[in-house]
Design a protein around this ligand. Structure first.
Ligand code: URA
Length: 467
């Protein structure tokens, strides 16, 4: 085979066969295919797309490019959760402990911040002493004892994705549905859980900016999960505004803890508890998510006692999901989720006092209040720009080798639809260096539109896609 011919085929919209995909991925990982040829292939895929079968073949080949984790030493049903990336998205820190408190095993390998989006591993490391690199046996033991452990992706997990992602990042080929779906699902398959709950973000702070593309991405990922024999479902959730009020590692960790204490912002509570309920549903209900792939629109409107009626849920599924929601609500109310987080933090070397007293988490002592410049209502936010403003403050990396400032970030005082008066504080910026505040404030302000009329409310959870 010649890489030239495979590129030529994809460029003309051809369908790559399994052997071609395997040859290409293996050759790239071994260094036999140079970056310039793979870059051309990525761009060809970006424009020509891939058929479902090609995406599945690519995903499986990538998953098998390194270690396939065997989670069998962990007792019980293991359920993973993944977000496609957003701003202020700390749902794993809430949904994971809640699901674990309900008996689901969460053996999670998470990523670091990427571009304008944050990463769970960075947020957890804002707890002093928290270790995200631990030996496999210890990881299994912590999950068996406490129901959950969260670590970084080990050195040899999906090396194909590491190489491909680095190339996509510099060739403007990140926002391609086949490439995102294969990147995420290869890591989920290699991580070895029995079930996967996906949170596909849609809107200005997400990789997928519109609902139609987010839906296509969700459907592809759920289909891959199903084909690989996993219980898998996805929620499509709003990322037109940051989730919750905190953006930045320690600030988000504090907010996640406060949410588990029962005083979280409404949007964060809703998305996190729904994700946790889905984890419990597919982890402990016999029929949970094992049906034919289908979409349930207007998810937000059908929650509650009428959940799922008339939109493809059987009575048993409805009842199972309702039970899962009740169990998660109970784990939140009793503080069982918070205890799980404290136990996990301690087991991974973190200071558990930070979980019981989140104000112990250090946040930047240089602060700037950003004020509204006119009266009106806070309208649409450029959420990606809010994420970039937090990166400018030190909360994210502009280059791979950059060190993070865990205490840097933004607290939103106003959210979409809130009335504001000129001079009122919209958000407070936190940093450890004074000179970072002004440029970030400029970026943040440019992201906030003040509108004359109150904007129409938007759904928080658009749809569920299940398999
Ligand atoms: N997250 C990933 O892991 N991969 C992508 O391609 C995009 C988001």
């Amino acid at each position: 085979m010649r890489m030239y011919d495979i590129i030529e085929k994809k460029k003309r919209g051809g369908i790559l066969c399994r052997e071609e995909i395997a040859w290409m991925v293996q050759g790239f990982v071994r260094g036999n295919i140079p970056d310039y040829q793979m870059s051309a292939m990525l761009m060809a895929i970006y424009f020509q797309g891939m058929e479902d079968g090609e995406i599945t073949d690519l995903t499986l080949e990538m998953a098998h490019s390194g270690d396939m984790v065997d989670l069998s030493p962990i007792q019980g049903v293991k359920v993973d959760k993944h977000s496609t990336g957003g701003v202020g998205d700390k749902t794993t820190l809430i949904a994971g402990p809640l699901a674990a408190a309900c008996g689901v095993k969460v053996a999670k390998m998470s990523g670091r911040g990427l571009g304008h989006t944050g990463g769970t591993v960075d947020k957890l490391e804002s707890i002093p002493g928290f270790r995200t690199e631990i030996p496999r046996e210890e990881f299994f033991r912590i999950v068996n004892e406490h129901g959950i452990a969260v670590i970084g992706q080990s050195g040899n997990l999906v090396p194909a994705d590491k190489k491909l992602y680095a190339l996509r990042d510099v060739t403007a080929t990140v926002d391609s549905i086949p490439l995102i779906a294969s990147s995420i699902m290869s890591k989920k398959l290699a991580a070895g859980s029995d079930g996967i709950v996906l949170d596909v973000k849609t809107g200005s702070g997400a990789f997928m900016k519109d609902l139609a593309s987010s839906r296509r991405l969700a459907e592809k990922m759920v289909a891959i999960g199903r084909q690989a024999g996993k219980r898998c479902c996805a929620l499509i959730t709003n990322m037109d505004v940051p989730l919750g009020r905190a953006v930045g590692n320690a600030l988000e960790m504090r907010e996640a803890i406060e949410t588990l204490m029962g005083r979280g912002p409404e949007d964060l509570v809703q998305v996190s508890t729904e994700l946790a309920a889905l984890m419990v549903w597919i982890g402990s209900e016999p029929g949970g998510c094992s049906g034919k792939a289908q979409r349930t629109e207007g998810w937000a409107d059908v929650r509650g006692s009428e959940a799922g009626k008339g939109i493809g849920f059987s009575q048993a599924e409805e009842a199972g999901l309702a039970r899962a929601r009740e169990r998660v609500a109970e784990a939140l109310k009793t503080g069982a989720g918070l205890r799980v987080l404290a136990d996990m933090a301690e087991a991974q070397g973190g200071d558990p006092r930070c979980v019981w007293e989140p104000e112990r988490l250090h946040v930047g002592d240089k602060r700037l209040e950003v004020k509204a410049q006119s009266d009106g209502y806070l309208g649409h936010m450029d959420t990606e720009a809010v994420g970039i403003a937090s990166v400018l403050l030190g909360a994210g990396r502009s280059r791979k080798e950059d060190a993070l400032d865990y205490g840097a970030g933004i607290m939103l005082h106003k959210k979409y639809g809130d009335p504001v008066r000129a001079g009122e504080t919209i958000g407070v910026l936190y940093a450890s260096r004074e000179e970072l505040l002004e440029p970030a404030a400029k970026k943040f302000l440019s992201a906030c539109a003040i509108e004359k009329e109150r904007p129409e409310p938007e759904p928080l959870i658009y749809e569920m896609v299940r398999g």
